[in-house]
Design a protein around this ligand. Structure first.
Ligand code: PEP
Length: 253
C-alpha cells in the first residue's frame, strides 16, 4: 500500500479581503484548532496587504499562511512586486505561483513561473505551482499535452516533496461552478503523477497534487476522494469560514 502525503486544503482569497475580513480568518483558524480538517493541513493565501496581519492571527495555530505570487528576484527595482524572501520574512509558509489569472492578466510564461518557484524554494517557502487547460484546449482534446508541457516548463530545479505542491486547475472550472467529472480529474492526476515521477523521481512521487476549480462543501468529498488528489486549492469558497470548514469535512473522520 502506498503511503500518501498529508493532504493540503489551501484557500486563495485572490484580490478580496480588507481588515474587516479578519474575523472570518479567525473563525477559520478556530476551526483548524478544533480539528475541522482532520488529517489535512489548512492554509489561507490572503492578498499581500493582509499577509502580515494574517500571520499574526494564525500564530500558534496549525493554520498556515501563504502568498499569492512572488517575484523571481530577491530584491531590486521592481515596483509593486513582492519577493519570496519578503514573504518568508513575514512568517509565510506557502506561495502560489503560476495561477492562471496571473498567467493571463500578467502574461506569465511557464519559464517565469519556474523562476518564481525556484526563488520561493530558495527563500524557504513551499511553492504551489498551478497548471490547467482552457475550455478550448479541453474541447480540442489537448488537456494532457497542455498540462504536461506546463509541468515540464514550470518544474523548479531541485524540488522535493517537501518544497513543491502542484495544483491542477482547469481554467474553465475556476469561479464558474463547473467541475470536471471525478473520472476526468482521475485521468489528469494520474498523468500528472507519472510526469512528477519523471521530473522528480522519488520526490515527484510524494509531491502533493491538488485539484482546484469550483470546489465547495457539496462536491469536496467526491473530488478529494479521487486517487492522487492530495487536497484542494479553493478560491471563492475559502472566503467564508462556513464554506471553507465545510470543505474540510471531506477529511474528517
Ligand atoms: C482558484 O482560482 O484558485 C480557484 C480554485 O477558484 P474557485 O474555487 O473560486 O473556482
Amino acid at each position: 500500500m502506498t503511503i500518501r502525503p498529508r493532504p493540503l486544503v489551501a484557500g486563495n482569497w485572490k484580490m478580496n479581503g480588507l481588515k474587516a475580513s479578519l474575523p472570518e480568518l479567525a473563525a477559520i483558524r478556530d476551526g483548524v484548532m478544533a480539528g475541522a480538517f482532520g488529517r489535512a493541513e489548512a492554509a489561507i493565501c490572503p492578498p499581500a496587504t493582509l499577509v502580515s496581519l494574517a500571520v499574526e492571527l494564525a500564530q500558534g495555530s496549525e493554520l498556515a499562511i501563504g502568498g499569492q505570487d512572488c517575484h523571481a528576484k530577491v530584491s531590486g527595482a521592481h515596483t509593486g512586486d513582492v519577493s519570496a524572501q519578503m514573504l518568508k520574512d513575514l512568517g509565510v509558509t506557502y506561495v502560489i505561483v503560476g495561477h492562471s489569472e496571473r498567467r493571463t492578466d500578467h502574461s506569465e510564461s511557464s519559464a517565469q513561473v519556474r523562476a518564481k518557484a525556484e526563488a520561493a524554494i530558495t527563500a524557504g517557502l513551499i511553492a504551489i505551482v498551478c497548471v490547467g487547460e482552457s475550455e478550448a484546449q479541453r474541447r480540442a482534446g489537448e488537456t494532457l499535452s497542455v498540462v504536461g508541457q506546463q509541468m515540464d516548463e514550470s518544474w523548479p530545479a531541485g524540488a522535493t516533496a517537501a518544497t513543491l505542491v502542484i495544483a491542477y486547475e482547469p481554467i474553465w472550472a475556476i469561479g464558474t461552478g463547473l467541475t470536471p467529472t471525478a473520472q476526468d480529474v482521475a485521468e489528469v492526476h494520474a498523468f500528472l503523477r507519472a510526469r512528477a515521477v519523471k521530473l522528480g523521481a522519488v520526490e515527484g512521487a510524494g509531491v502533493r497534487l491538488l485539484y482546484g476549480g469550483s470546489v465547495k462543501p457539496s462536491n469536496a468529498a467526491e473530488l478529494m476522494g479521487v486517487p492522487d488528489v492530495d487536497g484542494a486549492l479553493v478560491g471563492g469558497a475559502s472566503l467564508t469560514a462556513k464554506d471553507f470548514l465545510g470543505i474540510a469535512a471531506a477529511y474528517k473522520g
